[in-house]
Design a protein around this ligand. Structure first.
Ligand code: NAD
Length: 637
């Protein structure tokens, strides 16, 4: 395992090409270096193969983007569709996409015209006889792909490389439909192809090494970053992504959380570029269904990949996502990225919701408590902050003062605003001071016995009608509720760390929480500038329930030696635009914390696929807890 800080690059020559082996997180330097690899291959005597014309078959969601990738880099493209109508749609899609690039000043008009001039749109495979490479991007069906590859074998020159963009099918099975399986390779682009940097290059046991190195050099000349891997269902990124997407659809299907809240949770809670349902719409539900189905059958029949029934129902109903104009969301028109309001769009939070709350009590003296006090005080609420003892209350005050002062130094806050926020807080060691507040937020230690005792005390102290909230991230909110004689007034308010920065709060309703209390909690979140996501009281709520199994799966993939931690991190960052790869994130969150959350999920849901990865358990036992101790998956010392 390399260190995160040195990000050293070693170079290894394989066959005629040059391959960089990277250690540590990907930096701008890696990307820049990768661009020059093809030139280096020439300089060092290797003859990187020149691809001056390529064919792309199937110009749907992926194929149209792949055509654009090649044409932008000066490669002539024969763009193949099944009939004239499909060809017309593809032409419109590529023109629309390049027009948008011109409007965003990413492309000049002359560049757009030259790009479009390099594309020849045709029906049928006959015109592929002269190309150097074919990339197939037809629907994810094995027999269709095998048929096309058998025909390509007849049509194309003997030295033409045949690549499939399949997401989950066996490249090996596709390759043996030809008489040149050694020249067949997977080139798995990511959606949208012109934007996403990653290409997974999939080699089979018979793919020639020179074919692999030539395709690697080609990807680099296209400005892409490649990872080369063996032929396994879902490769790296989809193997980690699709379990998560399917799980998200299951939560939505079970009415556990609304579509907007589900997507907002993952965007704001994890910094993902889009939520899972919006991503399903972008991928296409028919394609997603086929990928899941194949992964279920090829990938060890993991129940988490068995497509959730709702997906099949939506496909049957023609709700395929953006491409058909409707999927989980409704779009302006087929193919449009713009979602428009529909019957399922929630009403905005009413202005009156939360207005009854003027004073807030916060109990606890840790990081979350001080962050939450700051959030409410800055939003103009009078706050009573209660710690266990006077010295802890004083420390809490110092912590919040330091945090606000940092805001002043960074120019995010004026001195007057800092002083006003501090002036709104009363620091105390007496719980009785909470008798008259309108909302109590509890942020004490994550131990059920302590929280239950606290809620029993709050029940005795607080006036009737007060909203009592817990910030627990893993305990059942209903346990806190039932420690009081007023369970309808108890709700979860799960803030994220650091509370002043993170824009999300999960509002957890138990089976006893009243709708009025949920509305008040949601209104208060709006008033403090946070996005409320309402969900039911189940282990992990939304964010942790979806995030940690994915992280655990990444550890299992590493443990199985399918790919390195670096390649897995790159795949998720460059293929899915995640802000961090799974191993970077695990080291930041802490391996002990991650293991505890995964254990909670496993124990509550009893899903065999959620069993913590043995490697994660071993690292925790060994004391490799992540950045906080200087060593986790990577060494930071
Ligand atoms: N959608 C994604 O996010 C994504 C990402 C990476 C890889 N992939 C993979 O890319 C491939 C294509 O997926 P998609 O989402 O673009 O599908 P799509 O349904 O959007 O497009 C498929 C296109 O293939 C055309 N086609 C069908 N039969 C054909 C034939 N015989 N000859 C020529 N064209 C034909 C269709 O008319 C259609 O335009 C699949 O293997 C998929 O797994 C998809």
């Amino acid at each position: 395992m390399g260190t995160a800080s040195d990000a050293a690059l070693q170079r290894r020559t394989v066959g005629r090409g040059v391959r960089w082996v990277t250690h540590g997180p990907l930096t701008a330097r890696h990307v820049a270096d990768s661009r020059t690899r093809t030139e280096q291959a020439f300089r060092e005597g290797g003859v990187a193969r020149k691809f001056s014309s390529v064919g792309v078959i199937g110009l749907g969601t992926m194929g149209a983007g792949i055509v654009e990738v090649f044409a932008r880099k000066g490669v002539d493209v024969v763009a193949v569709e099944v009939d004239e109508a499909a060809l017309e749609r593809a032409r419109a899609s590529i023109t629309g996409s390049t027009d948008r690039a011109v409007a965003r000043e990413k492309l000049s008009e002359a560049e757009r015209d030259a790009l479009l001039g390099r594309i020849r749109f045709v029906v049928g495979l006959a015109e592929l006889s002269g190309v150097d490479l074919v990339v197939e991007a037809v629907p994810e069906q094995l027999e269709l792909k095998r048929k096309i590859f058998a025909e390509l074998d007849e049509v194309c020159r003997p030295d033409t490389i045949l690549a499939t963009n399949t997401s989950s099918l066996s490249v090996t099975e596709i390759s043996v439909a030809t008489r040149r399986p050694n020249q067949v390779v997977g080139m798995h682009f990511f959606n949208p192809a012109p934007i996403m940097k990653l290409v997974e290059i999939v080699k089979t046991v018979v793919t020639d090494e020179t074919v692999v190195t030539d395709v690697e050099a080609l990807c680099e000349s296209l400005g892409k970053v490649d990872v080369t891997i063996n032929d396994r269902a879902g490769f790296i990124a989809n193997a980690l992504l699709f379990g998560y997407l399917n799980h998200a659809v299951a939560l939505y299907e079970a009415n556990y959380v609304s579509r907007e809240d589900l997507d907002a949770a993952m965007r704001l809670g994890c910094g993902l570029p889009m939520g899972p349902l919006a991503l399903m719409d972008l991928i296409g539900l028919d394609t997603a269904y086929e990928i899941l189905d194949t992964m279920y059958r090829r990938g060890g029949r993991d129940r988490r990949h068995a497509p959730v029934p709702l997906i099949k129902q939506m496909v049957t109903a023609g709700l395929l996502g953006r491409k058909s104009g409707r999927g989980f969301y409704t779009y302006e028109k087929p193919g449009s990225p713009k979602a428009i309001p529909d019957a399922a769009t929630p009403a905005p939070v009413s202005a009156g919701d939360g207005a009854t709350v003027r004073t807030v009590g916060v109990v606890g003296s840790g990081t979350m408590a001080s962050g939450i006090v700051e959030v409410f005080a800055r939003a103009g609420y009078d706050v009573i902050a209660v710690a266990r003892a006077a010295d802890k209350a004083a420390k809490l005050r110092d912590k919040m003062t330091a945090s606000l002062t940092k805001g002043v130094v960074r120019g995010k806050l004026s001195e007057a605003d800092r002083d006003a926020a501090l002036g709104r807080v009363t620091w105390s060691a007496e719980l009785e001071r909470l008798a008259d507040v309108d909302l109590v937020v509890e942020a004490v230690v994550e131990e059920l016995i302590v929280k239950k005792a606290l809620f029993a005390s709050l029940d005795e102290i607080c006036k009737p009608g007060v909203v009592l909230a817990t910030t627990t991230s893993s305990l059942p909110v209903i346990e806190c509720a039932m420690a009081t004689g007023r369970p309808a007034d108890v709700v979860g308010l799960h803030f994220f760390n650091p509370a002043p920065v993170m824009g999300l709060v999960e509002v957890v309703r138990t089976i006893r929480t009243s709708p009025e209390v949920v509305a008040t909690a949601t209104g208060v979140c709006q008033a403090i500038g946070k996005q409320a996501v309402v969900c039911a009281d189940r282990a992990g709520f939304v964010v942790n329930a979806l995030l940690f199994p994915y992280l655990n799966d990444a550890v299992k993939m590493l443990e199985a030696s399918y790919a390195t931690a670096d390649d897995i991190d790159y795949a998720m960052k460059l293929g899915c635009a995640y802000p961090m790869g799974p191993f970077q994130l695990l080291d930041v969150v802490g391996l002990d914390v991650s293991l505890a959350i995964q254990q909670t999920l496993y124990l509550e849901l009893r899903e065999p696929g959620f069993a913590p990865a043995p490697l994660l358990e071993q690292l925790v036992t060994a004391g490799y807890l992540g950045r906080k101790v200087g060593r986790g998956f990577r060494d930071y010392r």
